[in-house]
Design a binder for this molecule. Structure first.
Ligand code: ZN
Length: 470
């Protein structure tokens, strides 16, 4: 009896020791995914860069960020992405684009904004833009954005239902604004029908986990004051963002002064439509007092350096706006005025052009440029609590970027400088949105590239024929 008790006790003790519980070792917590990196660039002030880091993800959210060995000791996952030669960082936020316009890439270059818009883009849109154009164009844009590590984009275009469906399928996160304008636009005769459709689009996509529908009056110079107020009231009532182009060119401000006696921002303020739900693209020509209005009303601004340079719209006073506390993100604008959707290029341009313009190499340091493309962008578009940084509790919108593999990637002394001044979009290896992998080692898991390129070729050949020899 005693011997058999002793035997059972010994067996129990051996099993207990083997289980590890005797040494205070706990069962590992099983999460969906662990992403490793030689560096984790968090964009979080508390712990900006973690050397040999890892991120644990479950149910689409980040549950832990820390040293690789700490994470490995606490968490296990069915999928663990190795991190040798990789940086893990938040996915990039493209704060302003017109995704489907990738199909007009290179259609008209080297023109001033008004000439470009009125003589090339508006007529081309009238002739070619329909739901099919928007479907194919948005698919191509999603491919390009995923390739370059963009995980969230803010779009403003026609056929928003189609944009939302394509975005839903490809797995990206987006704020999608139905573009509305006083003139006839693709599918609409003018303001009334396009505004009604914009409201019903918002209602049918509200509460989607990754897609935020929005109202998108084109600009203060293409939408009447009454309609701007209507659009703002609708956005407020439906509790969605209001996406608009503001103060893009000096010509716009001159025109606004002629028409209403005020420059764009002051005019919008007088209308009572400036508030925190506004995502204002460009903001190249705000006056000092207008910058103060942007801060006071918590307007989100999206700087589009590539588009502003190409259309010679001017240099946005980004250093001054940042100093005053304006929330600023970066955007590519549509590919017709860029000509790509590469956010790394915008990061570098944002870090460079203001130095040249102000003859001061200390303005927009690398870390500031990188922040504008991530957390700054998230702040500008009202999503800073959910995305923009690698911290516990935020949505798992992450990218892995290769370092030290290709000639331009070595040597590497400072990871932030490296990301801003040397990294290319083709260095992005992995793209994760909401915890789901969209691209892994260059393989696209949510897109059919062959079908997209076949459709793009067929459609662009039709456009080329109709546009005539160039
Ligand atoms: Zn735009």
């Amino acid at each position: 009896m005693y011997r058999s008790f002793l035997k059972s006790a010994i067996i129990f003790l051996v099993l207990f020791l083997l289980s590890g519980s005797a040494f205070g070792m706990q069962e590992k917590i099983v999460v969906d995914l662990i992403v490793n990196g030689d560096y984790v660039v968090t964009i979080d002030d508390q712990q900006p860069v973690i050397f040999n880091g890892a991120v644990a993800v479950t149910d689409g959210r980040i549950v832990a960020v820390g040293q690789k060995n700490e994470i490995a000791a606490t968490y296990d996952a069915p999928q663990i992405l190795p991190g040798e030669g990789m940086v893990v960082m938040p996915g990039l936020v493209n704060g302003h684009t017109h995704a489907a316009m990738v199909l007009f890439r290179g259609l008209a270059d080297d023109k001033a904004l008004m000439d470009w818009l009125q003589n090339y883009i508006f007529p081309a849109e009238k002739q070619f833009v329909d739901a099919e154009f928007v479907r194919i164009g948005t698919q191509l844009a999603c491919w390009e954005m995923i390739r370059g590590g963009t995980t969230t984009f803010v779009d403003m275009y026609f056929y928003p239902d189609t944009i939302a469906r394509v975005t839903e399928e490809c797995g990206l996160r987006a704020i999608i604004a139905s573009a509305i304008i006083d003139y006839p636009s693709p599918g609409f005769t003018g303001w009334d029908d396009s505004f009604a459709a914009a409201k019903s689009f918002v209602k049918s996509w509200q509460n989607h986990p990754r897609i935020i529908p929005a109202i998108g009056p084109h600009a203060p110079y293409t939408v009447s004051p009454e309609h701007l107020v209507q659009a703002h009231e609708a956005a407020k009532e439906l509790n969605v963002p209001l996406v608009i182009h503001v103060s893009e060119t000096q010509h716009e401000n001159d025109d606004m002064v002629k028409r209403y006696g005020k420059t764009s921002v002051e005019f919008l303020n007088e209308l009572g439509v400036l508030d925190s739900r506004m995502i204002a693209a460009h903001m190249v020509w705000p006056t000092d007092s207008e910058i103060k209005l942007l801060v006071k009303n918590k307007v989100g601004v999206v700087h589009n350096p590539g588009s502003n340079l190409k259309l010679a719209s001017g240099f946005a006073p980004v250093p001054a706006m940042l100093k005053e506390g304006v929330k600023i993100g970066l955007g590519t604008d549509g590919a017709a005025s860029n000509n790509d959707l590469d956010m790394w290029e915008e990061i570098r341009l944002a870090a460079l052009i203001h130095k040249g313009n102000l003859h001061d190499p200390t303005v927009i340091p690398a870390a500031t440029a990188l922040r504008m493309a991530t957390l700054g962008g998230a702040e500008a578009i009202g999503l800073a609590r959910e995305i923009g940084a690698v911290t516990k509790g935020r949505r798992a919108d992450l990218i892995q970027v290769r370092i030290g593999d290709d000639a331009h990637e070595m040597p590497m002394y400072n990871i932030i400088s490296h990301l801003v001044y040397s990294t290319k979009s083709t260095d992005v290896a992995t793209v994760i949105v909401d915890g789901k992998i969209l691209m892994q080692n260059g393989d696209f898991l949510t897109l059919d590239r062959k079908t997209i390129s076949r459709e793009v070729k067929a459609l662009s050949q039709r456009i080329a024929v109709l546009v005539g020899p160039r």
